[in-house]
Design a binder for this molecule. Structure first.
Ligand code: CUA
Length: 354
């Protein structure tokens, strides 16, 4: 059936109207579904608003195109199918229609160029540096963890296993890798960027909603890739300053400053076990954890001494328990203060296997 025939015979015009009506109804349903369904997790950054709007606009333009193509294909398969008695009939010879072909090339080209331009403007806006008060955070990926580096008020470098950021202030993330390619992704911020060995990449985000959000590695980087998850804490600026002044420790916990109180001298090993996420991978009866990714500590550490426990924490690759993989984060020596490491070792030595 040539395209001219479609609109030049009464039957063809009826078919064309049917096609148009079905396509229109299906497009509206598709667009409404695309906009109504909540596809994404909580949105927690100002850049995220622009990204989500971009997504909505892409849905509005791309769903009708998709629906139109599918409707035409399905309609033609059904309407012009072979009927009994037509087995030996050849279809009508079809010639091109130059006018139609120009239209169906030009319209998609215009839509594509417009959407690309809009996406480019959004990207440029999202990457623009705020005039004042940008917070610099260095993010280092390694198999299989993230470490976040800050400068405390005295200019000293602080390493943290968790991401803390203040609400309402732009953060400039400088992203690096110590080994293979990882990808720093905070879904709630709607932004991600590769961590590539040998170079620094950058990403800017302005957190706007208080809360805890996952930090995910979005590049397959080895056996422990799926476990390469941490938490981004968006907190009030005052709380962030306190956290920073406290050496990257939640207020109330003894940090570098050591000013959290009289009895703050000895960190609490059990609290450290919980704060550092050990229970996510390790079962330990005393802490009530049941993680199965790493060895059960009640069994693995029952007859081990403090020196073995310490080595297992700071250099987990030195000895791998049978049946397990070398995927424990190797950055605890960086992120734990010496007295915290001592407290954690002491705690494990005391409770494991009891
Ligand atoms: Cu790091 Cu996947």
């Amino acid at each position: 059936m040539g395209s001219e025939e479609i609109t030049s015979t009464p039957e063809g015009r009826t078919h064309f109207r049917e096609l148009l009506a079905i396509g229109l109804v299906a497009s509206v349903i598709g667009v409404v579904l695309g906009l109504v369904i909540d596809w994404f997790p909580t949105q927690a950054s100002e850049e995220g608003e622009r990204v989500d709007t971009l997504w909505d606009v892409l849905i509005i333009f791309s769903v009708p195109v998709f629906v139109l193509v599918i409707v035409v294909v399905l309609y033609c398969v059904w309407r012009y199918r072979m009927k009994p008695g037509e087995e030996l009939k050849d279809g009508p010879p079809i010639h091109g229609n130059t006018k139609l072909e120009i239209v169906w090339t030009a319209i998609p080209a215009i839509i594509l160029v417009a959407l690309c331009s809009y996406a480019y403007v959004v990207l440029r806006d999202v990457e623009k540096a705020d005039a004042a008060g940008v917070l610099d955070v260095e993010v280092v990926g390694q198999q299989f963890t993230w470490t976040f580096f800050y400068k405390d008020p005295a200019g000293k470098r602080i390493a943290s296993p968790q991401l803390y950021v203040p609400r309402g202030r732009q953060v400039n993330f400088t992203v690096k890798s110590d080994d293979v390619i990882h990808d720093f992704w905070v879904p709630a911020f709607r932004l991600k960027i590769d961590a590539v060995p040998g170079i620094s990449t950058h990403l800017r985000a302005t957190p706007k909603t208080l809360g805890d959000y996952p930090v995910v590695c979005a590049e397959l980087c080895g056996l422990g890739h799926a476990a390469m998850r941490q938490t981004a804490h968006v907190v009030e600026p005052a709380e962030f300053e306190q956290w920073l002044a406290n050496g990257g420790r939640p207020p109330g916990e003894p940090g570098e400053a050591g000013e959290a109180g009289e009895d703050a001298g000895a960190p609490d090993g059990k609290a450290l076990f919980a704060d550092n996420g050990c229970g996510g991978c390790h079962a330990l009866a005393d802490a009530g954890t049941t993680g199965g990714t790493g060895p059960n500590l009640d069994e693995a550490l029952a007859d081990k001494d403090a020196a073995f426990i310490e080595e297992s924490i700071v250099d987990p690759s030195a000895e791998i328990a049978e049946g397990f993989s070398d995927i424990m984060p190797p950055n605890f020596e960086q992120t734990l203060q010496p007295e915290e490491l001592d407290a954690l070792v002491k705690y494990l030595d005391e409770v494991a296997g009891r």
